[in-house]
Each structure stands twice: as structure tokens, then as C-alpha cells.
Design a protein around this ligand. Sequence first.
Ligand SMILES: Nc1ncnc2c1ncn2[C@@H]1O[C@H](COP(=O)(O)OP(=O)(O)OP(=O)(O)O)[C@@H](O)[C@H]1O
Ligand SMILES: [Mg+2]
Length: 381
Amino acid sequence: MTTDTSGDVRLTGIGKTYDNGFTAVQPMDLTVPQGSFFALLGASGCGKTTTLRMIAGLEEPTSGTVHLGDQDVTHLPPYKRPVNTVFQSYALFPHLDIFENVAFGLRRRGIKSVKKQVEDMLELVQLGEQARKKPHQLSGGQQQRVAVARALINHPKVLLLDEPLGALDLKLRRQMQLELKRIQTEVGITFVHVTHDQEEAMTMADTVAVMNAGRVEQLGSPADLYENPNTTFVANFLGTSNLIEAEVDTKNGDDIILKAGDGKLVLPEARCSAPTTTGGKVLVGVRPEKISLTHADDAGSIPEGRNRITGKVADASFIGVSTQYVIDSAVCPEFAVYVQNVERDGRLVPGADVVLHWSPAHTFGLDADQDIDAGTEEEAA
Ligand SMILES: Nc1ncnc2c1ncn2[C@@H]1O[C@H](COP(=O)(O)OP(=O)(O)OP(=O)(O)O)[C@@H](O)[C@H]1O
Ligand SMILES: [Mg+2]
């Protein structure tokens, strides 16, 4: 990590209400540290592009300030900010070749000897061989890399990327995610990347801000957001979560004991973001891959101290590396369980009685005053 802060992006109380009275971004504070790969992640319409455009100077905030390093740029026009943007539509100049597309920013500033810089930049994005082609002669992924090179040649302190891979097919997207990550590591400048694809955000970013309806719901490293979601929206939007309605029964040292149906579940208090007064409701969460499935006939072999729930297999889909089960249980109608295909138990077919069990350490607790389905695909549809 560096102590240079000139590439920090600092948003203070920034908010945007459009002329029609619609508030796209609620006033918020957000700091993106210099040199980080930062992702703004959220569903369509949650305010990602609006936030990015306020950083770029393309949209005037209704409230708050934008700082880049120590400089207040809130009232600077876009071209005076040390920021460049790459959009989903790469907007390359069709009549110029790749070399000239990349050279454009330098030429516009009246710089004559551009050759070395353009060649270095084409090298960085691995397009050295393509310099004399026109944009239409390149693949989508190559065009995307030209757009990145064209932005980076201006030596911005911050590169803003708005769904830059949105037009690419899945396989190319995956390649370009790694490629962009490599480029960011190599140039070391701050990247702010907007996407609605949670896998993309998790693959690329050091820090992810999950946005929902104009607010940042939670901010953290991908692993932290995944393992310790604080809201039902984050729990459901990032991967899949099983959420069980439970009631606080007692406390036992650092653990909370909860009643769910006619069974008990253990939740470490430190992993609970909800109030835990006795008799209060808590949503208990567990990720599908943390759960083991045991046929009811073998229930005696399950080690002590694990959280357990009984159910019936409703569906089993074999998908190669794992089998994805849907389990019907009294406390959760469609419990998702992912089991690695190491030694498959042939008895785990639809209709089989099973016990689901997992370590209390893999359990998280959420405030029950939330929509349990927030952030799920069903809710979005
Ligand atoms: N000029 C405008 N006037 C009024 N409302 C707007 C304007 N631009 C955007 N909005 C609204 O503000 C909200 C946020 O828009 P924004 O473009 O920031 O969303 P987004 O998160 O980037 O979505 P997507 O993933 O679809 O690109 C949306 O509901 C949108 O309809
Ligand atoms: Mg957008």
C-alpha cells in the first residue's frame, strides 16, 4: 500500500435528485483509497452510473462535495479533473486506426512525439500487433482494451469504468476481468468499476460497495461481504443465502441460542448484526456450501455441536463439481445446499429424509425487520 493520497476519491454527503424530483443517489459518504480497485455493485437503476458521473463531473450533485486527493473538484468541468471514463460503448473513432485512437488525448494536448507512449500503452493492453488496424477489424474484447489504453494514456489519477464489459459474451468477459485486473495492478492507479454482476465485482475488486436504491448498503472486501452480510439485500444479492426466521431463546457465553421451529440453533453473537433481546426475532443465515447433508438413517453419526435441521430432498441437480440440492424443511421452504461431488450418497434423491448440519461459526444473524427476499432474483423479476 502507498501513503500517496492524490488518487483518493472522497465523496462527502454527495447526493443527486434529478429535475423531475427523483432522488437517484441519497446523500452519502464514500472514500476510495488511492490505488485500489473499487467496485460499485447493484441492480439496474440503483444509482451506480449517477454516482460515477458525479465523480467524472458529467452530472452536478444536488448536495455534497467530490475531492480527488486534497483537491475539491466539485465545481470543475470534466476535462479539468484528473479522471478518465471508459463506457460500455467504447466510442472509438471509427475512421482512425488503433494507434491514432490511443494517441488522440496526447495529440489534443499538442504533444508531438507520441510514438513511444502509444507503443508502451498498446504493449500494456497487448495490442502491439494491431496498431494499424481500424476499430471494426478488432474483436469486442480488443476494442475494449483500446478504450482502456486511450483513457490511460492521459495518466489520469482515477479511471472510471461504467459496465465496460457489458457488451461482451460471458467467456470474453471472464478473460477481460482478469486482464483489467492485471492492467490495474501494473499501472497502480485508482479504478472505480461499475457493474451489476456480482461475480465480476468479486473477481476484480479489492473493495466492493453494494448499492441499493440510491444508498450504499455495505462496503467491504468480497470475502467479508460474502461471509458477513449485514442486510438481507447483501445476503441475497451476493450469491445465495438460506434465511431462517428464529427467536432469541437464551445466551450462552459468546453464543446466542435461537429457537427455529421445534429445534435450536447456535449463533456466535459477534456474527449477528441484529438486536438480540430474549424473545426477539432474528433471521439466521447460512450459505449453501457451508452445509453438509446426511441421510436421516445416519443422523447418529453427525458430530455434536453442529447446527442441524431436518428436511426432505425436493430436488437434486448434478452440475459436475457439485450437486445442488433443494431441501424442504419446516423452517425454510427451499433450503439450498451445495455438496462437492467427492463421495456421492446415492440415497440423497428427491423424497429422501435428510439432516442438514453446519458449524455455528458459519452462521450469521440479521435484523428480522427486513424484507427476507430483498435482493433475490424473484424480487427483481
Ligand atoms: N436524467 C435523469 N432524469 C431523471 N431520472 C434519471 C435520470 N438519469 C437517471 N435517472 C434515474 O435515476 C436512477 C438511477 O439511474 P442510474 O443510471 O444511476 O442507475 P444505474 O445503477 O447505473 O443502473 P443500470 O445498471 O441500469 O445502468 C434510475 O431510476 C434512473 O431512471
Ligand atoms: Mg448504469
